[in-house]
Design a protein around this ligand. Structure first.
Ligand SMILES: Cc1ncc(COP(=O)(O)O)c(C=O)c1O
Length: 383
C-alpha cells in the first residue's frame, strides 16, 4: 500500500495539548488550556448521579437531543434574549460546540467553497472546512484592538463565499461584538447566498455591564445563522463535551443529517441532568458575568505587580498580556521559556493566525481558583 496521503497535512498536535503536556512535565501553573480548575455546581453533579443511578438514561438519547433539554434551551433563549426557537425543528444537542461547528460546516460547505474566518480564530474551524473540501479565507483582526476591519471583510466576500464564521465573546482576544456590528455584518451578507456560523460558547462571560449580542436576536442574520453554544463553558464542565446548535428549520435539518452520522446522539444522563438544572437554577448562568468578572479583576490586580501589560478583556475567561517589557523572544518561544524556566504555562496568540502579526502577546486563562492565580502571579512577578 502507498504511504497514507493525509487529508489534514497541516494539522499537528494542537498547541493546547502541547502546552498542557509541557506544563505537566515542568510542574508549571497551567494557565494555558481553557478550562476551569473549580467544580461544576454541586446540585448539577448530584442530578447527574441521580440520573445515572435511576437507570432510565443508560441508552441512546433522541438523535436531536433530549426533549426536556431542548425545551429548557428554548425557555432560556426566550427569557434571556427574547429569541424564539422551536425545540423540535431548530435546536440540536451536540457533543460539545466543536461537534456543532463541524456539523454545520459539513452541512453547507461544498468542494471549493470559501469560508471566511476572522483570525485569531478557534483551531477547529479550518480543519473542519478542509474536510468539507472548502477553503478558509483568513481576515485578520489586528492587535491591540482586534476590531473587525469592515473593508477587509467586505473585500474577502464574494460569490464563492458559502459561510462566514464569527466568534463573540472572542477567544483569545477577549473582545465582544455589539449590536451595531451585527447590523454591519447583515449589510455585508445581504447580497450574498451565504450562511453565518456564530460561535457564542462564552455567551455568559461578558463584563462591565455589557449584554451578549447574540446573532439569534438579529432578525435578518437569524435566517441564515447557525449559532453554537457550550454547556462545558457555562457549567464548568468542559470534559462533559455537550453543546448545542440553534438554526432555522431548513438549516437544522441539514445539520442533523450530519450529526446523525457523526455521533447520532450525545450523552444521555448528562442531558437529563442539565435539563433539570437549567430549569431549577437559572441563577447559575445569570450569575456567571459577575463570577468571572471577579476572577478577571483579581487576576488583573495580581498582574499589575508584574512587567506584563494587560489588554483589557471584555468577555471570555481569557486575558491577553503583552510581554514586550520582559523579553524579545517570539511568542511561541516565550511561552515555552516561561513554562520551562519560570513555571507558568500560557498560549502564544500567533497560533490562532494564518499570518501572525508582530505582537508580543500571550493568552492567560483566569478560570482558576485564587490560589492558582496567585501562585502564577508570584512566579511572574520575579521576571
Ligand atoms: C471559541 C471556541 N469555540 C468552541 C469551543 C469548543 O467548545 P466545546 O468544548 O463545547 O466543544 C471552544 C473551546 O475552547 C472555544 O474557545
Amino acid at each position: 500500500m502507498k504511504a497514507l496521503d493525509s487529508k489534514l497535512p497541516a494539522v499537528g498536535t494542537t498547541i493546547f495539548t502541547v502546552m498542557s503536556a509541557l506544563a505537566e512535565k515542568h510542574r508549571a501553573v497551567n494557565l494555558s488550556q481553557g478550562f476551569p480548575n473549580f467544580q461544576p455546581p454541586s446540585g448539577l453533579v448530584e442530578l447527574v448521579e441521580r440520573h445515572l443511578r435511576g437507570g432510565r438514561f443508560h441508552q441512546y438519547a433522541p438523535m436531536p437531543g433530549s426533549v426536556s433539554l431542548r425545551a429548557a434551551i428554548a425557555e432560556k433563549l426566550a427569557q434571556l434574549y427574547r429569541v424564539s426557537a422551536d425545540p423540535d425543528t431548530e435546536i440540536t444537542v451536540t457533543s460539545g460546540a466543536t461537534e456543532a461547528i463541524f456539523d454545520a460546516i459539513q452541512a453547507v460547505v461544498r468542494r471549493d467553497d470559501e469560508v471566511v474566518v476572522l483570525d485569531p480564530c478557534y483551531d477547529s474551524y479550518e480543519p473542519s472546512i478542509t474536510l468539507a473540501g472548502g477553503r478558509a479565507v483568513h481576515v485578520p483582526l489586528a492587535p491591540p484592538e482586534f476590531a473587525i476591519e469592515w473593508d477587509r471583510l467586505h473585500a474577502a466576500l464574494g460569490p464563492r463565499t458559502r459561510l462566514v464564521i464569527v466568534n463573540t465573546p472572542h477567544n483569545p482576544a477577549g473582545t465582544v461584538i455589539e449590536k451595531r456590528d451585527l447590523d454591519r455584518l447583515a449589510d455585508l451578507l445581504r447580497p450574498l447566498d451565504c450562511y453565518l456560523l456564530s460561535d457564542e460558547v462564552y455567551e455568559h462571560v461578558v463584563f462591565d455591564g455589557r449584554a451578549h449580542a447574540t446573532a439569534l436576536a438579529h432578525a435578518e442574520l437569524r435566517r441564515r445563522c447557525f449559532a453554537v453554544f457550550s454547556f462545558g463553558k457555562t457549567y464548568h464542565a468542559t470534559g462533559w463535551k455537550l453543546g448545542y446548535c440553534v438554526a432555522p428549520p431548513e438549516l437544522t435539518a441539514e445539520l442533523r443529517r450530519v450529526h446523525q452520522y457523526v455521533t447520532f446522539a450525545s450523552t444521555s444522563p448528562l442531558q437529563a441532568a442539565l435539563a433539570d438544572y437549567m430549569r431549577e437554577h437559572p441563577e447559575h448562568h445569570l450569575g456567571l458575568p459577575a463570577f468571572y468578572e471577579e476572577r478577571r479583576d483579581y487576576f488583573n490586580r495580581l498582574l499589575a505587580a508584574t512587567k506584563l501589560t494587560i489588554r483589557p478583556s471584555a468577555g471570555t475567561y481569557f486575558q491577553l498580556a503583552d510581554y514586550g517589557a520582559i523579553s524579545d523572544l517570539p511568542d511561541v518561544d516565550f511561552a515555552r521559556w516561561l513554562t520551562i524556566e519560570h513555571g507558568v504555562a500560557v498560549i502564544p496568540i500567533s497560533v490562532f493566525y494564518r499570518e501572525p502579526p508582530a505582537a508580543k502577546l500571550v493568552r492567560f486563562c483566569f478560570a482558576k481558583e485564587d490560589a492558582t492565580l496567585a501562585e502564577a502571579a508570584r512566579r511572574l512577578s520575579a521576571l
